[in-house]
Structures are given as structure tokens and as C-alpha cells.
Design a protein around this ligand. Sequence first.
Ligand SMILES: Cc1cc2nc3c(=O)[nH]c(=O)nc-3n(C[C@H](O)[C@H](O)[C@H](O)COP(=O)(O)O)c2cc1C
Ligand SMILES: Nc1ncnc2c1ncn2[C@@H]1O[C@H](COP(=O)(O)OP(=O)(O)OP(=O)(O)O)[C@@H](O)[C@H]1O
Length: 274
Amino acid sequence: MSTPTAEAAAPLWHGTGEVPAGFGPCVATLGVFDGLHRGHIRLIDQAVRAGDARGLPAVLVTFDPHPARVLGLARDTAQLSTVERRAELARRHGVDAICVLPFTTEFAKLGPAEFVEHVLVTGVGAQAVVVGANFTFGHRAAGTVDTLRELGQRHSFTTHSIDLVHQAETRCSSSTVRECLRRGDIHGATRVLGRPHHVDGTLRPTGRGTTELVSAPGTAVPAPGRYLGRLPGTGPVALRVTDDGRIHVESTSVQPGPGSVAFTARKAAHSSEL
Ligand SMILES: Cc1cc2nc3c(=O)[nH]c(=O)nc-3n(C[C@H](O)[C@H](O)[C@H](O)COP(=O)(O)O)c2cc1C
Ligand SMILES: Nc1ncnc2c1ncn2[C@@H]1O[C@H](COP(=O)(O)OP(=O)(O)OP(=O)(O)O)[C@@H](O)[C@H]1O
């Protein structure tokens, strides 16, 4: 239901406490959405379309940090996108508001019914909920799409689950993108994301002819090696990821301060261009 002006204004709420009083009804879509890959975009498009059909705003409800990281599960949860980038990408696809729920061990104890009441009903006033067919929620991940459907009947919202988007034979997932980046497979990551992987951080000159992009601990950085990339508003730049995961932009003419780099290709090991 967004217009270009509404997109610019789509708010980012930290917790349901920041949702304005009287907000709702809305169409909500739920999940971690790290990286916003092609599957996530399909889901968002469906939620925005459902909102348009009902004349309701579409709200992306997400969790931060990644639940698996908070719960100490043995999984790679390296962050593909900051909450701000996630929100910005969601806005570009027509989402009207983003609500990021701080995921804590306390929060993880909420059962599916409690989550639905606190977040979907009281929090954002969902009239329809759009999730992927594999969505789970609530303590011990006990809630499924069927649980959501049953709870929706009690609370007067409809549940819509979408078929999962695949890339070749594999389901598009943030985990696959992380795996590609760990191998330095930039093309693989780009194919699943539908755009290049960006790393956000702070650019600072090293004094040795390069500029370092310092990102938050836990950020998904490609494997050590040489890459081609882009800085916003510039042509191609050479990038180097060191063995300890630091990102160097091989240029001194970079404006220091908050910035980002996009990884567009890996350079062949024997390349003499750098
Ligand atoms: C209130 C709540 C409690 C959760 N508790 C658990 C848990 O105990 N164990 C677990 O593995 N995941 C738990 N999760 C994470 C979910 O299983 C799931 O990863 C999350 O809802 C994001 O969905 P998605 O992975 O489809 O994006 C919980 C999620 C929510 C919203
Ligand atoms: N390939 C896909 N196609 C469509 N929807 C998807 C796909 N993968 C996940 N979803 C849905 O997107 C929402 C967010 O999911 P989530 O961020 O956990 O995806 P993920 O890529 O599997 O992440 P991770 O690999 O970190 O577990 C959920 O509703 C989920 O069901």
C-alpha cells in the first residue's frame, strides 16, 4: 500500500512498545529475514499484495539477534545484514513498517499462543499473517503454520503460507548464503540473494594505501582472498579480505565514516590485476 513518500517514512519500531497506539489492523509477515534473499522478497511481495487488496499496511516483524545465536544452537549465524539494511530493503519492496523484536532467552520462553497474543494481536493488530511454509515460532520452536492457522481462527486473523523459493535444487536460505560466503563463492551468494552481498561498517584509512571497512563483530565476511566490489556511487574497487577477516578497500580516495561495500566477484588466485 506504500507510495514513494510512504516508503521513505516507513518506520522501524524496536519492540511492540514502539508501535503507535491505535495502530492496526495490518498484514504481518514474520521471520528473521537476515540478508533478505529471493525467498524473503517473494514473501514480502505477497504480504504487500495482501495489504493492498485489503487496504491495510504491511508490517515486517523480525527478530534480532538471530534466535539460533541467542539460544546457543550449533549453527552459523554470522549476520548478513544489519537491522537497518534489512529495514531499508523491506521498505524498497513496499513494506509500510518494520517491527524488530529483541530476541532474548526470556522471549524464547513464550509459547506459540502467548507470542500470537502479545505480538500479533495486541502488538500490531494482524488481520492476516504471511509466512513461508517452513516457519516455526514459540518455545522449543513448537509453533508451525498449522498452529498459526488454529490460533488465527481464535483471534480472527487469516494465515497464508507460501511455497519456498529454490535456487537450482536448493531452498534459498540465509544459511546457504553464509555457506557460500565462507567458501568465497560470491556468485553463489549473489544468486540466492538476488543482489550482491553488502557489508556495512565504518571506513577508515589505514595509512598504507588502503581503507579498512570495520564491521560489527559477528558480521558475515567472505573467505580471505581478493575480490571485486563496489562502494555506493563508485565504479568497481579491489577488495581484500585478510586471514583474520578484515576488509581492505584498495584505494585511498574513499570518504571515511559510515559506509558499505558490495562484493561482486572473486578474483582468480593467479590474477595479476591487484
Ligand atoms: C517466542 C519465540 C520463541 C522461540 N523459542 C525457540 C526455542 O525455544 N527454540 C528454537 O530453536 N527456536 C525458537 N524460536 C525461533 C523460531 O523457531 C524461529 O527460528 C523464529 O520464529 C524465526 O522463524 P524463521 O526461522 O522461519 O525466520 C522462537 C521464536 C519465537 C518467536
Ligand atoms: N526459500 C524461501 N522461500 C520463501 N520463504 C522463505 C524461504 N526461506 C525462508 N522463508 C520464510 O521467510 C521467513 C524468514 O525466514 P528465515 O529468515 O528464518 O529464513 P532462512 O533463510 O531459512 O534463515 P536461516 O537460514 O538463518 O535459518 C519465514 O517466514 C520463512 O518461512
